[in-house]
Design a protein around this ligand. Sequence first.
Ligand SMILES: [Zn+2]
Length: 193
Amino acid sequence: MIAGHFGFAAAVKAKAPRAPLWALMLASVWMDVIFVPLFLAHVETIDVIGGGAPRYGNGIIHADWTHSLVGALVISAAFALVANLFWDRVVALVLGAVVFSHWLLDLPMHHHDMPLLPANAGHLPLLGFGLWSWPLASMLVELALVALGAFLYRRAAVSIAKDDVAAKNRANVSSLVLLASGVATLAFNVAGQ
Ligand SMILES: [Zn+2]
């Protein structure tokens, strides 16, 4: 899931206008960004359910470091600390919280593959409610997040613009771009796997 995380980032932008949208979007997928080099190094892996080609939502993702509860908390705190070098404490905390939102939003989607402790230490019960077993429902949830994010973003930007017509137009265009790029991201995600 990428589009849903981006949608959430746009919704946060509406509530925390001082946080840059690009930084919120990066934060929302940061756990997956760290997953990529670990995946290439075979530290974290993906098993396809039933074998065959990977498709949208049919992976058991062994992201035992990045997507463990404690790992996610550590990654979020580290992100906030680095963000605080560039922005004030409130923005840094918002960004750290958005990093952790990734874990919370992945929780309903993943197929019981999210550990509590890094490297699945202690082999405690794995989490994930498996909505990906119903790809259509998962896509609808992602689309709803994208639509909600674009809607809240537009509403906030229009209210900041007040009577400035040019700023209102910019708000309309940016929210449409957010909506379109979210839908495109989901389409690539569904088609490309
Ligand atoms: Zn993820």
